[in-house]
Design a protein around this ligand. Sequence first.
Ligand code: PLP
Length: 424
Amino acid sequence: MKTNTICVQGGYTPGNGEPRQIPIIQSTTFKYSTSEDMGKLFDLEAEGYFYTRLQNPTNDMVAAKIAQLEGGTAAMLTSSGQAANFFALFNICECGDHIVSSSSIYGGTFNLISVTMKRMGIDVTFVAPTATEEEINAAFRPNTKAVFGETIANPALTVLDIEKFAKCAHAHGVPLIVDNTFATPVGCRPFEWGADIVTHSTTKYMDGHGAAVGGAIVDSGNFDWMAHADKYPGLTTPDESYHGVTYAERFGKEGAFITKCTVQLMRDLGSIQSPQNAFLLNLGLESLHVRMKRHCENGQAVAEYLNKHPKVAYVNYCGLPEDPYHELAKKYLPNGSCGVVSFGLAGGREAASIFMKNLKLAAIETHVADARTCCLNPASSTHRQMTDEQLKEAGVPAELIRMSVGIEDAADLIADIEQALAAC
Ligand SMILES: *Cc1c(COP(=O)(O)O)cnc(C)c1O
């Protein structure tokens, strides 16, 4: 099936007389006839459900659709994108280990890796997304267990050279984890370029309607844990909490990562997505391919309009030919990038404030990737405690506006921007 068809029909094929839409299995637990039947589940000898903290049929149907969309072998849902990135990393990193990460990543993930995971004894070296192979290779240590980056970074809108990062990761015997939230599998399938694990904040385009916070982790099934057994003892040596099962042996490279992540991390940390939210996420996925096309068209139209406007100092959007990431975008995102555009007003902080105040259709929100256009001036909201100098250093200068272009009519959006710019 092609991507467009998987969006609509993937993950669930009803049998005769069964519900057409995926059922919401709103049940914490599942009934068995004998203790022996249930015992097999606890020994990981049989497949089945017993408690929704570990697995739920609704969630599994939606995870299966996302696995198909990404071209992976297994997937799981999490309660948020933050949980997805934490679980994906913590599944293969422990105290004393080290991560190499692109420095151009979501602020929440930056904090997760550089503060919270550091407190757990997991160290990180950040490299610029534009780093050469030599520079990336120099960041590795003997205890490096993963490389991390975002296909299109939020909010910097840099494009990751996935092949380059995958090559460096594999040269050191570690997997590349790519957060594919902004591109979605409609725009880019990182596994085709060598990524091993993909994560998502499904809160963004996948849900797309500002309805449900969620996350997902997908395994390509390509990384050979047994070939690097000394690095990944959690996958390649017996887990005593499951009667000595060795995940990489029992479930192969296609299933080991997601199985361990589910039966160990979900069991112990419990960041599940509710079946209700999984159902809402699936509704979003059904139109993802149609919405992404419009988000990209509208994003391009808004970026081109802003780029020609005399009151706009600069525009960051990889769909513009002069953007520094345009060449990478042509390679990795041939069908368009996303709807998020960032730009700076020539009038600085004050002009940004006037512009935002005068917008009528575009709402001021911290959210992105919603069907409705929204925008944010970090200097006057999320980063308001910083001085102009600090803002510049952090890559969010005072005049910067991040606009998440929705799926309304582009002419209405441009008219709204035009009248707000006239007031500046
Ligand atoms: C929003 C976002 C996250 C965090 O996801 P939540 O669902 O808000 O927890 C992670 N990565 C990227 C790229 C994001 O945009």
